[in-house]
Each structure stands twice: as C-alpha cells, then as structure tokens.
Design a protein around this ligand. Structure first.
Ligand code: PLP
Length: 451
C-alpha cells in the first residue's frame, strides 16, 4: 500500500494561505525549499495541513535518522518533562548531561580518555571545537576545505566555503582561516584522476605549511568526513589518514565535523570509523537529538580541559529533555528494535539506492555522478558528461516535481546540482522504493523537458 496520498494539488490551499502569512511575518533570508506546511509526522511520513500524505527523504536536513517522533525518543522526553525542563548546567548540574557525555565518550572513535561538552546547535559546537583547539595549542590558524559547510555564525561562516547564499554580504569574517581543496574527485581542483593522483590534495597540506601558513601557527584542521552541503562528496579511503598523519607530528588538532555524517548515516555510527581515523575532536549535532536541538564536542580529555573553568558554556546547552532524547537515540542505535540494526540498515538503503541509480545513469545522461557512503547518497546532475557543466535548473525542476508528487527531497552542492538522500533510516523498503519511483519519474521528466 502506498504512503503517498494526495488529496489536493501540492501545495494545497491551506499551505498556500500559510505561505502568504509566512512571507509577511518571517524574513525572506530564512528560506523554505518546499512551500508545504506540515501538521503531523511519523517515521518517514509527513501529513500536511491539507491532509496530503508525503514521503520524507530529507528528515529535517538529516536530523531524523531514527525517524519522526521515534517512540523511544518521545517516551524519554515525556518522562523528563515530569522531572525538570530547564536548569542550566552552569548553575545546577543534572545527571542526564553526564550520562550523555559518558556515552559519547565511549561511542566516538578513539581508544583514549575523552570528555564531552554540549551545546544547542551545530554551528555553536563547531565554534567551541575551535576554542578548545586554540586554547590547547596556543595557536590561532584553522585550515578548512573548499566546499565545506560548518554553519552560519560568524566564525563558522568563515569556515564555510560556498559564497551564495551563505557568506556574500556578511563580511568581514574572522581572520586566520585558510582553505585548501577537498578530495572532490569528480571536480578535482588539480584536474588529476584517482588513484594515479596519489591523493595529491591531501599531501598538498604539507605544501600549504610552506607557502600559506606555518604549521606551528595552525591550531586545527577541520573537515567533514563526507561533504554535506558541499555535495555529498565521499573522499577516497586514504584521504583522512594522510591528513591526520600530517597533523599529528605537528601538534595540530584534527577535528571531524560529523554533524551531517553522524549517527548511522554513512553505515557506521560515525563516518570517521569508515575511514579508520580517530579524530582528536568530533563535532556532532542534527540526528543526535532525534528532533530536539542538541549538539556536542567530544574529544581528547587534555584538549577538552584546556580552556579554564567558566570559559565555555551557554544558558541552554545540554538541555535536560534534549539530553534524554539523545540518550534514547543512542539506545535506538544499540538495539535491533526495527528488526534490523539502524547502522546496517543505512548500508542496505545506500546499496539499494546505488543499484537503482546506476540503472538510471545508464539511461539518463543528466546523471553525471552517483556517489556517497552508506545512506548518505547523491546524484550529481550535469548538462553534459563531457564538460560536466552543472545542471542546476534541472536539479531544481526535479526537486519541484518530487514535492508536487508527494516526495520531499533536497538538493545540495556548491553548484546547486546535486540531489541528496537523507531518509530516516527507519523507512520501510516499500516506502523507500515508492520514493525512488517518484525521484526516477522526476529525473525522466527533467530529461524530457530539456528535449
Ligand atoms: C557539516 C555541518 N556542520 C555544521 C552545520 C551547522 O549546524 P547547525 O545548522 O545546527 O548550526 C551543518 C548544518 O547543516 C552541517 O551540515
């Protein structure tokens, strides 16, 4: 039985009416990809205010790996509501924060003593990771990557790569941020080919220390194990090990931004595990809270203890209900309650997607690249496979086709030409195939529309 059930054209009349009010009341800078107001959600299903049922392949931008309103998460939040709602850990501590810290210390990659600090958002966690690294090393510079996304606050904007819409017009940015190419093999900055390139881009970090910024001025290198907003680019297996090996002897803190890759998305709890690396600091957010806002920095105890007492914190960071929600998310990953471990499920969904997508690629020249890791999968659309000219308009058309046919899907990428998959991992096989049918029809329509 299909999940998608449309009673009205999308967007429906009630959504349209609310959209009018939204445009009048909320600044245009806060965009909404789909003009569909949601009234209820469950698992991988959304019901809009017009009674239409849609499938969700976006999961609130990767925040709902355990699904909308996961029963364990709801129960944990409800139980906490009867105890305390807000205290501020900086005033009177509570056990949930400590239990979550202990759990993340255990679960993040690396067999060394760790500590965890909690914040409200991913950007806030990234900012604090840089504070920890600077306090520990006594150095200022940070190296980030082309096509990186780390947030929208001033420092994280400086770390973010894409200009429009994220950075343009918001400068000046904090100084001492340097940028080097990422292993985006489909669009290699050096026009090389893997594997004959010998991972030149990773080794280039050493050259950067000679020609751009001295290694002993660098506090941290920060990288997403798979680019999120940069287009779901999963580097070759050796990339991060080479970077980490260059950083370690020079006393540079290696930070993995696992905000979008975390919590099972890539077929491991953390994508760093898939690359066999143990970052000094791991930054997490999004799916950690199962729908509530919470983020974390976990890392080597000596780095985390570098800032003095009272020098990091915040009013709401590690809210009691959000801590309980996060603990329930981790329980979900450590159980087989869905008939299958969610990490294995991510791998299986990714394989299913890739199999179908490769079939589409054979038929549809619009699909330039099929890539990703686990269930973090994407299609890069191009006007020509020879020139690889980005097909941004066509990508937009597919996204719109999908929402008009009951599937919420997102684009991504520095060139706005990548379709990405962020499905809740609890989606059923039937729902997944149903969503992929819509996506396939949208791609075919985009190709037909061009002819
Ligand atoms: C890799 C990465 N880092 C940082 C952020 C910023 O997180 P937040 O939006 O919670 O501030 C995001 C958000 O998309 C992200 O994908």
């Amino acid at each position: 039985m299909s999940t998608i059930k449309l009673k009205t054209p999308i967007p429906g009349p009630r959504s349209r009416e609310l959209m009018g009010r939204r445009l009048a009341a909320v600044p245009r800078g806060v965009s909404s990809v789909h003009p569909i107001f949601v009234a209820a959600a469950e698992g991988a299903m959304l019901e809009d205010v017009d009674g239409n049922c849609l499938l969700d392949f976006a999961g609130g931008i990767g925040c709902l790996n355990v699904g909308h309103r996961a029963p364990g998460v709801l129960a944990a939040i409800r139980a906490q509501l009867d105890r305390t709602l807000h205290l501020c850990f900086g005033v009177t501590p509570y056990e949930g924060y400590v239990r979550l810290a202990e759990r993340l210390n255990r679960l993040t990659p690396g067999d060394f003593t760790k500590k965890t600090f909690l914040t409200n958002s991913g950007a806030e966690a990234v900012e604090n990771a840089i504070k920890f690294a600077r306090a520990y090393t006594g150095r200022q510079a940070v190296i980030a990557f082309e096509d990186a996304f780390h947030g929208r606050t001033l420092l994280t904007m400086a770390l973010t790569s894409k200009t429009h819409p994220y950075k343009a017009g918001f400068g000046p940015f904090p100084s001492e941020v340097y940028r080097i190419p990422y292993a985006y093999c489909y669009r290699c900055s050096y026009s090389l080919r893997y594997p004959s390139c010998g991972i030149f881009c990773a080794h280039h970090l050493e050259d950067t220390f000679r020609r751009v910024v001295a290694a002993d001025s660098v506090a941290a290198v920060i990288a997403e194990p798979v680019l999120g907003e940069g287009g779901f680019v999963a580097p070759p297996p050796e990339f991060f090990r080479i970077l980490a090996d260059i950083c370690r002897p020079r006393g540079i803190v290696f930070i993995a931004d696992e905000i979008q890759t975390g919590f099972g998305r890539t077929g491991a709890l953390f994508a760093s595990e898939r690359y066999g690396i143990e970052p000094d600091l791991v930054v997490m957010a999004k799916s950690l809270g199962g729908g509530l806002p919470i983020a974390a920095v976990t890392g080597r105890a000596e780095i985390m203890d570098a800032p003095g007492s009272g020098s990091v914190g915040g009013t709401f960071g590690g809210n009691p209900a959000a801590c309980e929600a996060a603990l329930a998310v981790l329980d979900a990953f450590e159980s087989d309650a869905h008939g299958q471990n969610l990490v294995e499920r991510a791998e299986r969904l990714g394989n299913r997607f890739t199999k179908r997508a490769r079939g589409w690629q054979e038929r549809l020249p619009l699909i330039g690249d099929v890539r990703g890791l686990g269930a973090m999968r994407a299609l890069e659309l191009v006007r020509s496979r020879v020139t690889r000219e980005p097909a941004a308009d066509e990508t937009h058309a597919v996204v719109r086709y999908c929402s008009e046919h009951g599937l919420i899907v997102l684009s991504t990428g520095s060139y706005n030409n990548v379709l990405r998959l962020l499905v809740p991992l609890v989606i059923s096989d039937e729902q997944f195939e149903e969503g992929l049918d819509v996506l396939e029809a949208g791609l075919e329509e985009a190709v037909d529309g061009r002819q």
